[in-house]
Structure formats: C-alpha cells, structure tokens
Design a protein around this ligand. Structure first.
Ligand code: GNR
Ligand code: NI
Length: 180
C-alpha cells in the first residue's frame, strides 16, 4: 500500500473535470487500494481520484465507525440516475479544504449507477450521510468543491485562509508559485 499526497485548495487540479474509466485493470485496482489507505489514514469517509492528482472518475468511501469492521466501497464512473425533491443540510468537511466546515444543502436521497472493481455495472440507493458523501465525491469528479455550494462570502473567507496557510508553508510542494 502506498500513501498518496492529498492536494489542497487552492489548486487548479481540483477544478478540472475527470475522465471516465474505459476498463478497470490491475493498475486501477492498485490505485483504488492506495486511495482507500490514504482515506483511512487521513482520516476521511470518502476520497475522489482528483484529490490525489488523478483525473479519472474514481471514488472510494467507507462510512463505518472507527470501532466497526471496515466496509470499503469503490465507485467507478458513478452517475446519478435519480435525486429526491427533498433537500437536507449537512455540515461538510473536505480533505482538500483542511480544517474548514460549512453547512451544505443537497438532495436528501439519490440513486446511482457505477462500475465496481470487477467491471460489473451496479446500482445503489442512498440516503442520510451516505447520499451526502456520494454527492460530495461526485462533485470532485466535475471540479466542484463544497465551498462552490455556499455563499460567496463564506467561500472567499475559507479560500483566503487556505491560500494564506499555503503561503506560510515553506515545503516546496506547497509553494503557491507552483500550485496556482
Ligand atoms: O471525510 C469527509 N467527511 C465528509 C463529511 C461530510 C460531508 C462530506 C464529507 S467527505 C470528506 C472527505 C473528502 O474530502 N472527500 O472528498
Ligand atoms: Ni472532499
């Protein structure tokens, strides 16, 4: 297992649209295992490939509690096939927006189709935190962050603080000259 570095905002790589996967092969299965390990280590409940610099439509998630057995899930080329008319508000966080949280409104229940790690097409119905998390991850595949779904005032406040944190970080990979 390899830990992958997680990209944090502001970074143009988080704003791009990820490309569909033609076929799941051993290389992508290794990437998904590394993404799961990276997500558990972070720790987070979901991770999308663009967050580790891979512009492919791949998502991993696991909503099991720390004291429970792990329930890893991988979604390849996920597509919403239905969203509820009813909305719900969750306080969201994002590994690419470290230490910032905000209330985000999204449909409360969804249905989606996706490929699993054996290239089988599957469908899933979700509500509660799972529905919110999946929508948050699907947004990453389209270059959308949760701050794009809140007021411009709150968004700019969070992005300004993240940029400031990056500017005071002296590690070369965090140099804004490279990431902006
Ligand atoms: O770990 C995460 N928690 C979370 C909480 C509420 C709504 C969405 C999320 S996803 C986030 C991990 C992450 O950044 N995934 O892209
Ligand atoms: Ni996120």
């Amino acid at each position: 297992m390899t830990m992958l570095p997680i990209i944090t905002a502001p970074d143009p790589r988080l704003k791009r649209t990820a490309k569909p996967v033609a076929r799941v092969d051993d290389g992508l299965r290794k990437l998904m295992d590394d993404m799961l390990e990276t997500m558990y280590q972070a720790p987070g409940i979901g991770l999308a490939a663009p967050q580790v610099g891979v512009l492919k439509r791949i998502v991993v998630l696991d909503l099991s509690k720390e004291d429970e057995e792990r329930r890893p899930h991988v979604l390849i080329n996920p597509e919403l096939t239905w969203v509820s008319g009813e909305d719900v508000t969750y306080e969201e966080g994002c590994l690419s927006l470290p230490d910032h949280y905000a209330d985000v409104v999204r449909p409360s229940a969804i249905e989606l189709s996706y490929l699993d790690r054996d290239n089988e097409t599957r469908t899933l119905e979700a509500d509660g935190l799972l529905a919110t998390c999946i929508q948050h991850e699907l947004d990453h595949l389209d270059g959308v962050l949760f701050v794009d779904r809140i007021s411009a005032l709150k968004r700019n406040m969070i992005l300004r603080k993240l940029l400031k944190a990056k500017k005071s970080d002296t590690t070369p990979s965090a140099d804004p000259a490279h990431v902006l």
